[in-house]
Design a binder for this molecule. Structure first.
Ligand SMILES: *Cc1c(COP(=O)(O)O)cnc(C)c1O
Length: 367
């Protein structure tokens, strides 16, 4: 049996520090907007090489609040457009809609990353922002995107929910993180953060996340309640210390996978792996094959859990269909949705687990 992600084992490997950290928060009598959050925010900002970090309730809120804050600062109208890739988790686009903006979808490349060759033609006079997504933990090559964004004065919000440890410094004006339990840096519940060098933007996000208030009981803008709590902050601060080590283990597993699957890709038509150009922390390790559903069943029968990221591209999601012009097509996003299969990967997987997955796939292809 190889689990897709054994969170019991992952979090167990941080004991007793994790329980001690929680115990300290319980004993402190202070559970929101306190010391643990301030410390984690400071550590995470430094880890990302950014000036400041605002802890929020989840990754969706991190994306939404960053957009809402910029919208307020710049006075964008409700018809302002935000470019998002057609292949990502739905949160990327739902954040745009929640912020009262319009998502515009752009197809992805072979690696399921926003295709910068298609970017320029998606930009209109209403375009205000672009959200590159570091999908699967890959680092998006930001150089071309930054050039185009600068030429059109677009706000760059990086969706870094899958890329803790590989992104930070760069042309993005703000980065949104999720600490959903399964992420490379995962809480034991919901949590998220925005990191940025823009202190004015940070101030607005912080106020918006706190009922639009900077001074208690004085509410200068509309807001919501989106806070990271003291328990999650303390937990994340413990886990952050091992993030680089854990990411290295993910990379070592991916190297074993790459080695084996490159050979399969050479011999089997319609089987391929990612061609990484600028690195990854392997939040997800996908393979792409034309008979994906068959392979998934075969692996399940051998006790190997796999998932699909993501089975439906955004332009085919009913909740987003009103933003998709009939004339547009997204062949690459659709191809990835039909062929991607995510294999087990996590810092607590043993080499033996990895070899089990490899040999099951080799057997399937009779190699
Ligand atoms: C997980 C994820 C989010 C949303 O994070 P939540 O904390 O679940 O709200 C956003 N974007 C991407 C790419 C994600 O993987």
């Amino acid at each position: 049996m190889v689990k897709f992600l054994d969170l019991q084992k992952v979090n167990g490997s941080f004991e007793p520090e994790l329980s001690n950290a929680v115990q300290q928060v319980i004993a402190s009598g202070w559970y929101l907007r306190g010391k643990s959050t301030a410390i984690f925010e400071e550590h995470f900002a430094a880890y990302c090489h950014r000036a400041t970090c605002i802890g929020v309730a989840n990754g969706l809120d991190a994306l939404t609040l960053a957009l809402m804050a910029r919208k307020l600062q710049e006075g964008w109208g409700d018809d302002a457009e935000v470019i998002v890739p057609a292949m990502t988790f739905v949160a990327t686009a739902q954040a745009v809609v929640r912020a009262g903006l319009r998502p515009v979808f752009v197809d992805v490349d072979d690696n399921a990353l926003l295709d910068s060759r298609l970017l320029e033609q998606a930009i209109t006079i209403k375009t205000r922002a672009i959200i590159p997504v570091h999908l699967y933990g890959q680092r998006v090559d930001m150089s071309r995107i930054a050039e185009i964004a600068a030429a059109h004065q677009l706000f760059i919000l990086e969706d870094a929910a899958q890329a803790h440890g590989i992104v930070g410094k760069g042309p993005g004006h703000a980065l949104a993180f999720s600490f959903y339990p399964g992420k490379n840096l995962g809480a034991l519940g919901d949590a998220g953060a925005v990191v940025t060098d823009d202190l004015e933007l940070a101030k607005t996000i912080r106020a918006m996340a706190n009922y639009g208030s900077q001074t208690k009981y004085f509410h200068e803008m509309e807001g919501c309640n989106s806070r990271i709590d003291e328990v999650q902050s303390a937990i994340l601060d413990v886990k952050l210390k091992r993030l680089d080590t854990d990411n290295k283990r993910r990379c070592a597993i991916a190297a074993l996978y790459d080695d084996a699957f490159r050979r399969i890709a050479e011999r089997v038509n319609g089987f391929r792996i990612l061609a990484l150009s600028s690195g990854s922390v392997y939040h997800i390790y996908p393979v792409f094959c034309t008979e994906r559903d068959v392979l998934q069943k075969v692996l399940a029968q051998k006790g190997i859990e796999t998932l699909i990221h993501y089975p439906i591209p955004l332009h085919q999601q009913p909740c987003l269909s009103r933003f998709v012009p009939a004339s547009q097509s997204f062949p690459q996003a659709e191809r990835i949705a039909k062929t991607a299969l995510s294999l087990p990967i996590s810092p607590v997987m043993s080499d033996d687990d990895v070899l089990q997955v490899i040999s099951a796939i080799q057997q399937h292809y009779m190699l």
